[in-house]
Design a protein around this ligand. Sequence first.
Ligand SMILES: Nc1nc2c(ncn2[C@@H]2O[C@H](COP(=O)(O)OP(=O)(O)OP(=O)(O)O)[C@@H](O)[C@H]2O)c(=O)[nH]1
Length: 161
Amino acid sequence: MQAPHKEHLYKLLVIGDLGVGKTSIIKRYVHQNFSSHYRATIGVDFALKVLHWDPETVVRLQLWDIAGQERFGNMTRVYYREAMGAFIVFDVTRPATFEAVAKWKNDLDSKLTLPNGKPVSVVLLANKCDQGKDVLMNNGLKMDQFCKEHGFVGWFETSAK
Ligand SMILES: Nc1nc2c(ncn2[C@@H]2O[C@H](COP(=O)(O)OP(=O)(O)OP(=O)(O)O)[C@@H](O)[C@H]2O)c(=O)[nH]1
């Protein structure tokens, strides 16, 4: 097999309040497994997802799993540096985590811009949709409106379970 000759490395952030499922989403995506055991991330964790995009192209996604408690610290500026995009996660069973979404978005936009001066693309993830308590999700239109108002490129319901 011919070695790929195009390689891309992208740094992506995964942020959101404590316990919303950031680590679990990454684990599911990268290692295809899930654990119901909760262990809070301290600071930041990393994972690498390698995508064989086409026969000539390899894409490496460097996923930065930032602890929920970091919103109250000073380190996010350091962690956000040189990221190309971000996911902001909330837990559909805990409305307070949705209220924090705008705060995370503001924190990100105030500390990170692309080299061309534009804000990075951010996707909103409504996690734990397997729990059946998704008040917000019955209202897709409201979510679309929220994304428009706050500058998200879009939103998805997710479950890491
Ligand atoms: N039912 C269900 N539980 C989930 C899901 N995602 C995560 N959990 C559970 O929620 C808890 C917290 O998940 P984590 O992935 O550790 O959350 P986190 O956002 O990384 O938390 P911090 O590191 O504290 O910021 C764990 O007990 C997970 O098993 C999901 O999609 N569905």
